[in-house]
Design a protein around this ligand. Sequence first.
Ligand SMILES: [Zn+2]
Length: 182
Amino acid sequence: MESNQVDKSRPCKRCNGTTKKQYDGSLCIWCRDVGNKDGIFPRPDFAAIIVALKPTRGKNKSGFRASAPRYKMADLDSLRIYYVWRWFRFHAGLDVTIPMNAELACTADPFSRELEAVSATLASAATGRVSQGTLRWGRALGYVSDTEMGKLEQVGQVGDFARESGPAFDENKPIEESSETK
Ligand SMILES: [Zn+2]
């Protein structure tokens, strides 16, 4: 098999496609609960996800829907749409709290890194800025210095959500995410 081939599917990150928990042989809930009974996840349809994230009515500033897309644990496509929506909000600076709910929803998804990369790309295209969530956390954790922050500030890369004193999320944060406060 060629290594540069685009893989159409990948095994579950939790059970490695065996559908069983390694330690006691019981069923892997991370496959079963998202409807993947064979332990294999299909490659996401990235274009369909982007289409699903368009505003449901009218236009909003970001060009993406403001309200959370509904998702069900048994519906992998819906989980992925929610995941990209939530990470988009993190990178775009609409909600810079850590997306714990979204990470939990896609914890076994072997394509989660690609999905997050799509969110980051969409966010920088929509805002013309670097990731505001990453900037805020980089600042809080000491990865981004005052000097770097000052330089970014000068070129208009620092929005309110990137500042430690700024808001952490907007009024569109779903109630289901209320445990995400940092
Ligand atoms: Zn599994």
